[in-house]
Design a protein around this ligand. Sequence first.
Ligand code: SF4
Length: 343
Amino acid sequence: MLLRHTTDKLIERSALTVNPAKTCQPIGAMYASLGIHGCIPHSHGSQGCYAYHRSTLTRHYKEPVIAATSSFTEGSSVFGGQANLLQAFDNLFTVYDPEVIAVHTTCLSETIGDDIPQIIRKAEADGKIPKGKLVIHANTPSYVGSHVTGFANMVKAMVTYLSEPTAHKENHINIIPGYVEPSDMEEIKRLTDEMGIKSIMFPDTSNVLNGPQTGKYRMYPKGGVSVEDLRRTGSSIGTIALGQLASGPAATTMDTKCHVPCEILDLPIGLHGTDIFIDTLRRVAGVYVPDSITNERGQLLDIITDMHQYFYGKKVGLVGDPDQLISMSRDYLPPPNFLAEAN
Ligand code: SF4
């Protein structure tokens, strides 16, 4: 199988990385789940997957990341993980009292073929989900896509499970920030606030994974989009989704389910991308761009001008997720005929 991809001749590659910098879907789903206030991400698989994903997020953000696992053993690997997941609902709601449990699958449970919606329905019928509490799920088979796909699937699940369709529209917009860092989400919210726009951002990991040092451990930090706000996303006048791969599926699902029209943009990285983002905010929300933002834009333009002599003509290598690379290289892409030749 692998030999099929091995060429006869050794080809030196100078501008291409063959091994992509990616990991499996569940870690993206876990990160997205942490952007809901009071949510425990739950990995439906063996302990190894959960430990790997949780520790990777903990190491990266230097924050205690919470998550749970179905702890598959040999028995569940053969007979399926329903009993484990039902037991997990019991334990988690009793001991940790989350608002939401967000279940994502792994290679193992996907290969077995566990039917998570059926297990959730059984848990509801058996009274294992307390009144007012929620369980949502996303299928995240790790042999398809990457961490970005897992993130996109979990954000889409938030819409599928929680957004409520209504004919009554309110004067706020949805923002799906894409697979970006908590501080990026904070900045997107700041710009939106600066323009006087009411928005609901989901997921929102700011103040969850970049919280202040208070000396006290909070299992559920104050950040994250609330379940109540997620329900209200169906009454927004529009959705702005940033990043085609990470946010596109949720935005189109929102459009189909709740008739909230969406605009899917590249990430607002750099002058051009930020211009498009600000202009779309202005148009969708029907507001003016305030002087404060025009001033910031001018300052950025000034920095670009001041620094051009250091960067002119330089070549750089970029590594990142597709959504980020498209946005970072947008202004510097070679003409289309070059790309066609390269392919
Ligand atoms: S690739 Fe599969 S087995 Fe490996 S950590 Fe991811 S979900 Fe688990």
